[in-house]
Design a protein around this ligand. Structure first.
Ligand SMILES: C[S@@+](CC[C@H](N)C(=O)[O-])C[C@H]1O[C@@H](n2cnc3c(N)ncnc32)[C@H](O)[C@@H]1O
Length: 100
């Protein structure tokens, strides 16, 4: 599957491993791929990237934690009325989650 192209219909996914894959994409493509990741990743799911990769300043809907040497991200998705989410042991505010 070409991550930079159109994704086929996928069921909700618990873990997406893109270690050392995002480094090949330009910023626009990274944003497009991460928007697609958000659409298929379960709210409590994990996105794993390589140590040289990040969602920071690319897609603010993700929060970073550590998973061994890899960077692990979860989507900020506090439930309606909850006000803030709690991920990786810290409080996060409701994100601006965009589709594409
Ligand atoms: C450096 S390897 C990393 C492989 C593995 N994830 C790891 O960490 O060992 C980069 C991988 O990205 C894949 N890749 C690059 N561009 C891609 C794209 N547009 N769609 C899907 N895979 C892509 C390549 O096929 C290759 O398997």
């Amino acid at each position: 599957m070409n991550l930079a192209g159109r994704w086929p219909p996928l069921p909700p996914i618990d873990v997406i491993l893109l270690r050392n894959v995002m480094i090949y994409f330009d910023l626009e493509t990274k944003r497009s791929v991460l928007a697609k990741v958000r659409r298929v990743l379960r709210p409590d799911g994990f996105l794993v990237l390589g140590s040289a990769e990040t969602t920071i300043n690319v897609d603010d809907a993700f929060e970073r934690g550590k998973f061994g040497a890899a960077n692990c991200y979860r989507i900020h998705l506090p439930r309606p009325g909850e006000g803030a989410g709690h991920r990786f042991g810290k409080t996060v505010s409701r994100p601006n989650v965009r589709g594409d």
